[in-house]
Design a binder for this molecule. Structure first.
Ligand code: GDR
Length: 327
């Protein structure tokens, strides 16, 4: 039985990855922040299953800021694979919390790499990198060779973690891999990311609990996939013969406005009556033309996204309407 260690296990990606690994008969260990008290909704179903919880799934309280709190469960687990997913992952918030973002997202990755290197038998290491490392690139679509040139504090912190992962791979011989992840969504997405924010608000409007949806730049475009596809990519990247960086993306661009229209349509409402843009949600800098080329992942890992943008928003809307109206 293989053992995996996941940071950020309570998040969207962490919870889907835990499910995937458990289904592959891994023993899964994850760390959660004291502040959540291990009560995050994304893991509730796994914690409620006595066949799984504390038999093949183990959760440990730890903080990325506190190396010792991670070292103890990591050494106990002695994993075959580490998936480092935890970070301060909100790009907009990174402009307000610049130092904290660099500490958690940038230095956090370095701490995990250093802990990994010092384990008696170094496990394979996955770092969740981001398309934000490219900033607003001149080359479109982006792939593993696109120059790193972040324009947001979050992107800069991820660029640090990405480059450190490469340095540890080259200089310390670690099987360390960056998955350069473009936007990926699901009903488990955090509430302040734009897809979930829109879907939640539309369901609340449908239920008569809200009157409007206030957004930032609705002309902004992203390459949006589904989180379940991307965690499969993470696993495949660690099963490959050699440690390589991989872009995971759909290669398709959509606008925030497209999400708005799909979400309101799913609820049978006219978006024009409810949506407003406000400066508060515009970012000081927002990457343009963020679109990925995942040809390397397709060629070497046989990975490609299976869930479309339309299916993703439909699944998210179904979950929100069910939560609010029991539809
Ligand atoms: P992003 O995701 O910043 O791309 O980072 P987010 O969903 O926050 O924004 C996507 C785009 O929508 C625009 N936008 C808004 N965004 C939010 N959150 N709220 C709004 O009201 C709003 N209005 C318009 C944004 O400006 C942006 O253009 C995500 C995160 O998951 C990162 O951690 C990850 O690394 C990258 O994707 C790839």
């Amino acid at each position: 039985m293989k053992r995996a260690f996941i940071t950020g296990i309570e998040g969207q990606d962490g919870s889907y990855l835990a499910e995937l690994l458990l289904a592959k008969n891994y023993e899964v260990h994850g760390i959660f922040r004291h502040s959540t008290n291990g009560g995050a909704v994304n893991l509730r179903h796994l914690k409620a299953d006595p066949q799984i919880f504390e038999r093949t799934l183990f959760l440990h309280p730890a903080e990325l800021d506190d190396v010792d709190s991670i070292r103890v469960p990591l050494e106990q687990c002695a994993p075959d694979e580490i998936y480092h997913l935890a970070s301060q992952s909100h790009v907009g918030a990174s402009f307000e919390k610049v130092e904290e973002t660099c500490r958690i997202t940038g230095l956090g990755a370095l701490r995990l790499l250093e802990l990994t290197r010092k384990l008696p038998k170094a496990p394979r290491f996955f770092h969740a990198s981001s398309s934000e490392i490219f900033g607003s690139p001149e080359q479109s679509p982006q792939d593993e060779t696109t120059p790193v040139n972040p324009i947001t504090p979050y992107g800069c912190a991820k660029a640090f973690g990405t480059q450190m992962t490469r340095i540890y791979r080259k200089n310390f011989g670690l099987f360390a891999v960056n998955g350069i992840l473009f936007n990926h969504e699901s009903p488990r997405r955090g509430e302040n990311f734009v897809t979930r924010k829109i879907c939640r608000a539309v369901a609340a409007i449908k239920a008569g609990r809200r009157q409007e949806l206030v957004l930032g730049d609705t002309s902004a475009q992203r390459d949006w996939g589904h989180a379940r596809d991307y965690v499969r990519g993470m696993w495949l990247a660690l099963q490959h013969d050699t440690p390589e960086d991989f872009v995971f993306a759909t290669g398709k661009l959509h606008r925030v406005q497209d999400i708005v229209e799909l979400a309101f349509q799913a609820a049978g409402l006219e978006w024009q009556k409810f949506v407003r843009q406000e400066k508060q949600f515009f970012r000081p800098a927002d990457p343009r033309q963020v679109i990925g080329n995942a040809a390397k992942a397709k060629n070497l890992l046989d990975w490609q996204p299976e869930i479309s943008f339309e299916q993703t928003i439909a699944e998210m809307m179904a979950a929100e309407l069910h939560a609010v109206l029991n539809l």
